[in-house]
Design a protein around this ligand. Sequence first.
Ligand code: ATR
Length: 282
Amino acid sequence: MTAAVKKAVVTGHPVAHSRSPLIHGYWLKKFGVDGEYGCLDVAPEDADRFFRDFSESGLTGANVTVPHKEIAAAACGWLDEAAKVMGAVNTIWLDDDGRLCGANTDWTGFLGNLDQRASGWDDDAGTAIVLGAGGAARAIVFALLSRKFKAVHIVNRTPGKASRIAEEFGPRTFAHSWDNLGTLLEEADLLVNTTSLGMTSKPSLEIDLSSLPESALVTDAVYVPLQTGLLKQADQRGNRTVDGLGMLLHQAVPGFERWFGVRPEVDDDLRALIVRDLGGAT
Ligand code: ATR
């Protein structure tokens, strides 16, 4: 008897745009793993049932994307520490007892990207400015606190959302409105955009970087386009920059290892493959 081929999917709504099948497909081929990875669109009204009955799906595991990250977390019988804090999962699997388990790897994706592309970026771990207060911001605040940043300032259009994150994450986090940004930038060692501004088809991120020290690192969670307006502007004034694609690539690593038993690497060929798929936008 041959063992069943392990199969995983990315599930969300919509999900056809997801680059996860390309990423996992690359690794399946590279490591010669006899597995499959596809896309599964689950309508919001079916999501709760889908995750609660996951053990009957025939799947080994899944990546979970918008808008199902919270509903999937609620269906899990076990969550890792980050998923508990964020109330959201992006990676799920079944344990030996058929129990649905969930992890949030967006924060390790953020760290893996900067560790790979901006070595020494957290040596001084001073002051970080995070623009936005959605799910990506929560993961990034969690990541920065894990690397001992002394102050993480969350700047958001809706101040109440930033305040909620700051209250939850404790004394090293501070909430602000956009009005404070100019002053905050003077102290920044790291500036991160987690808003949807600057994304293709969204409004651009209009921001005055003149008070930002030249030594600060600037990064963007947006990766379509790869070279966002923020990164271009930062680059032109001499700041070190890192685009957001690596966060997507690195967040995929733990899922692949969990489902298929091999820890993959984010290498140049994988990055080039996804950049080509994005239309070579740089
Ligand atoms: P994600 O989970 O991917 O982080 P999200 O929860 O939709 O996405 O969060 C998007 C972020 O972009 C939010 O911080 C949002 O600000 P609000 O909390 O005020 O909605 C921010 N954002 C989106 N459009 C914006 C705009 N036009 N101006 C300023 N901020 C914007």
